[in-house]
Structures are given as C-alpha cells and as structure tokens.
Design a protein around this ligand. Structure first.
Ligand SMILES: Nc1nc(=O)c2c([nH]1)NC[C@@H]1CN(c3ccc(C(=O)N[C@@H](CCC(=O)O)C(=O)O)cc3)CN21
Ligand SMILES: CC(C)C(=O)C(=O)O
Ligand SMILES: [Mg+2]
Length: 327
C-alpha cells in the first residue's frame, strides 16, 4: 500500500479480531478489478479463489490452475480493492511439497500482488507448513472440509462430515491449523453440527461455504451468488439475476446493430471543421457535438441512451471528457 493512502486496508489480525467482537465476517471471491471495487465496499475480505480456473477459464476442476494465473488475477483484485483484505489461493502443486517450497511460492504471491494473505487447502498435513509461513511473515488462511484441489482423491465435490465417524478427523484438522497460526479457517461443505463444534472450539474465525450459519463468517463465489454461473452447488443462494441482465443487454445490442439503430450521432466523431457526416440522420440537428466533447444537447440524447452516456472514463474516474475541444 502507498504511504499516501488515506483509507486503512484491513489486515489479517483485523479479520481475526472480528470473532472476539462477535462481528459476522462477510467475504466473496473476486477475480478482476471492477467487481473487486464493488465488492470491496461491502466485504471484509476478498478471496482470489482458484475457483477462477472453473469460473473464468472453463476448467473442470481447480487442479490445472497455475501460480502465474493466480498472480495475474490477484494483481487485478488488489488494484480494484482499497478497504478489504485480499487473500489469494495458493494453487494445487505450489505448496504441498515442503514448507520451503510453500514459502518461496507464497512470498512470490505476496511480493508480486501486494495481497495481505494466502490460503492453502489442508488440515493436519499442512499444519507444519502453515506454522513455517506464519513464522516468516505470511498470514495464512486455512481451508478444511471439502478441499476441491483433492477432488481426484475424494472422487467428486462431496460434502464432508455427514457421519459422526468423520468428525474426529475434521475437528483435529481445525485444531491443528489454528494451533499452527492460521488467522482464519474456511470450512467448505460440512454439516451444521460439525461446523458448530469447530467454531466453538477454535479461537480464530471460521468462514463457511456450504457449512451452515454456525460459522463466524460466510463466503460465496461471486458469480454464483450474482446468478451468473450456469451451474451452482446446492449451498448457493442467488442474490441476483446477472446472467439475465447480461443477455437482455446483448440481445438489445444485437437488435440495434441489425436494425442500424446503433450507433447514433452521439456515438460518432464529428469533423473538427464542421463537415457534416453523411450518415447523420436528417432529423438530428448538427450542433458540432461529438462523443468526446460531452457538450451534446438534450435533443441529441436518444431513447437508447441510458443517461450515463455523457460520462466517459478518464484516468480511472468517471468524468465528462474535456480532452477534445470543438472549435
Ligand atoms: N462456481 C463455483 N462455485 C463454488 O462454490 C466452487 C467452485 N466453483 N469451484 C471450486 C469449488 C468446488 N465447489 C463445489 C462444486 C460443486 C459442488 C456440488 O455440486 N456438490 C453437489 C453434491 C455433489 C456430491 O455430493 O456428489 C451439491 O448438490 O451441492 C460442491 C462444491 C465449491 N467451489
Ligand atoms: C470456495 C472458496 C473458499 C475457494 O477456495 C475458491 O473460490 O477457490
Ligand atoms: Mg479455492
């Protein structure tokens, strides 16, 4: 973060402290800058999940995701967010081999993205690695229950802890990752009584995804809760209908291009010397206004214009462009 930054970004200990205060922790995944900027206003942390391999890149599982891909999306999310802690998933194969390999790759993620923490999947087997990273300055979020990177061992994305016999092992995972220094623990696809027992027994927050309201916080994949993902796990509540909104807009665009209703003069550059455009409709008065000047008259704003048409992107802010002046 820049020394000139005025807003304080949340750090891993701030998330951990929320459990002590009894504040519910709100989290979403984010994979790119603009959606990160929106979610940042309402979330305590944003996770650059390796689910991006499935959601953004069409892989069947998270197994093929590379460190480079996580860094690429991680940099975009850090640029978009200013308040929320940004946590980045370490992808399959980047941390399991040894604590030293995990440190080298996690340090690279921290240095190249400026994120605030990493997340690794695994319980007991990863506890020594979590301790090694935390002792060397890398905040670690743990992830137990259903660990999707092990899908080929588990035999599918299956809920865990559905029989009491499975509880002992998962509770021991939670105990050991907390003891190793994880600042929070993601509980994925486990039953409520198990999530309740774990949440009561560890000092750090539990973040549930398909793990009941008994957790200290919740996370969902943003595209799933927006109603953009074509298929979602049963634990997802759709808070939006974004796929419909996108399709409606694209259908309208295709219609307007095919009927030549788009583009109109306000989406077209005019000659600086005032030479009239041949394609300009006879009904439209030529005021010399262009897409760049932001000086269009109300009469030129068509029904197709949403009203935000005067706003142009400039230097990362939405402003009325003054770059090109009409004579
Ligand atoms: N878009 C998306 N959302 C996720 O929540 C998510 C990902 N991708 N990718 C990584 C993991 C994989 N996750 C998943 C994926 C599928 C199910 C699922 O469909 N489960 C079935 C039961 C399957 C079974 O028991 O065999 C379900 O009914 O929920 C659960 C978690 C959660 N994560
Ligand atoms: C589902 C969350 C916890 C995750 O690990 C991911 O999005 O990759
Ligand atoms: Mg993940």
């Amino acid at each position: 973060m820049s020394v000139h930054s005025t807003t304080k970004r949340l750090l891993a200990p701030d998330i951990a402290a929320m459990k002590r205060r009894g504040d519910p922790i709100v989290a979403l995944t984010a994979y790119h800058a603009h959606t990160a900027a929106i979610a940042d206003k309402h979330c305590d942390f944003l996770l650059v999940g390796d689910s991006l391999g499935m959601v953004m890149h069409g892989f069947e599982t998270t197994v093929p995701v590379s460190l480079e891909l996580m860094i690429m999306h991680g940099r975009a999310v850090v640029r978009g967010a200013r308040h929320a802690l940004v946590v980045i998933d370490m992808p399959f194969g980047s941390y399991e081999e040894s604590p030293a390999v995990a440190f080298r790759n996690s340090a690279r993620v921290m240095k190249e993205t400026d994120c605030g923490a990493v997340k690794i999947e695994g319980g007991k087997s990863m506890a020594p690695t979590i301790r090694y990273l935390v002792e060397r300055g890398i905040p670690v979020m743990a992830h137990i229950g259903l660990t999707p990177q092990s899908v080929n061992v588990i035999g599918g994305f299956k809920a865990q802890g559905r029989t009491k016999e499975e509880w002992v092992s998962i509770e021991e995972d939670a105990r050991q990752v907390a003891e190793a220094g994880a600042f929070a623990i993601v509980l994925e696809a486990i039953t409520e009584p198990l999530a309740e027992r774990i949440t009561a027994s560890v000092p750090v927050p539990t973040i549930g995804i398909g793990a009941s309201p008994a957790c200290d916080g919740q996370i969902l994949v943003m595209e799933d809760m927006l109603g953009l993902s074509p298929r979602v796990p049963r634990f997802v509540k759709k808070f939006g209908k974004v796929a419909e909104v996108i399709e409606d807009a694209i259908r309208d665009y295709a219609h307007d291009v095919r009927t030549r209703a788009f583009p109109t003069p306000e989406h077209t550059y005019s000659m600086i010397d005032g030479t009239p455009s041949k394609t300009r409709r006879a009904t439209t008065k030529d005021s010399g206004a262009t897409a760049d000047t932001g000086t269009r008259t109300a009469g030129e704003v068509t029904g197709a214009d949403s009203g935000g048409g005067l706003k142009r992107m400039e230097g990362g802010r939405r402003t009325t462009s003054k770059r090109i002046k009409t004579p």
